[in-house]
Design a protein around this ligand. Sequence first.
Ligand SMILES: [Mn+2]
Length: 321
Amino acid sequence: MHGDSDGVCSGALAYHYYALIQHCSVDVYFTHPAGLANDLLEFTSNGDNVFIADIALCEKSIDAIKNVLRERARHGSVVYIDHHPAPLGLNPRDLSGEVIHDTCCSASELVYKYFHGKGLSDEYSRVALFGAIGDYLDNTVWVNKVLNDWDKRHVFFEAGILIQALESSRREYDFKRRIVKYLAHNSLPSNDSELVLRAIIQGRRDEELRLWIREHVVKKYKFLSLVVNPPGSLGRAATYTRVYGSSPVGLAYEIRNNIAIMSLRSIEGIDLNILLRKLCKEINCSGGGHPNAAGARVEVDKLEIFFNLLDKMISEHVRSS
Ligand SMILES: [Mn+2]
């Protein structure tokens, strides 16, 4: 699953069901769309039951993913639950195994409903709410109904701690694995001192990040503002970049191993998922996500052309809408 709170909460619900109710031995892995195929090959083998949640399918590696899932489904069970828009021209239901794909709502909501149908207790709706809030998908019919069964203010308080703490620990997978197991017991984020401490630190960093971006935003393009190597989360940096750059799209990136890893945020009406998938098909990069919050990985040599094309595509998108 994905390492954000929607991914961690999806994982916690699955862990609760498989490890604590069904008493299976469960290993938890975090991955990302471009790494899914390799991670499946490396960490699973035939005979394993594979559960995947909150990972988008990546155009570039779709054939490899199809192949490995077909193999795994032949020897064990495969469940794939996701809410990211599907790659152009692919119906996720064509994948082997049990596929639940709906862009209606968070992965946590879909995962909760899936296991609730198999007997997961109502009490676990709170864990799913933390995930939904983390993905800003807290305005669905189900979320509104279930929030009323809890004290809404307390749910947001706990979700805030979890979301901030996970944001502060992006690639610390051992910590995240511990939190998956912790939440699998329906324990409160505020009762874990490490989560609380990390959340407080993250709050301060976010404020520093906001002020840094206000000073460092680059407005080289017409519809696109940029920042490079922001001192903090790329996703949040992209939001502030959009705001302080006064442009419809904000983009924040950092370079690792000659690849620019980026996060993008757009205003309503600009579908970044579609733009990035089209653009990446053209120049061979990987990109996509949600309509207003997406990511991409682009080789450094292609960055200039990527920015130029993206700016052009946004301008066409703005004009046509
Ligand atoms: Mn998600």
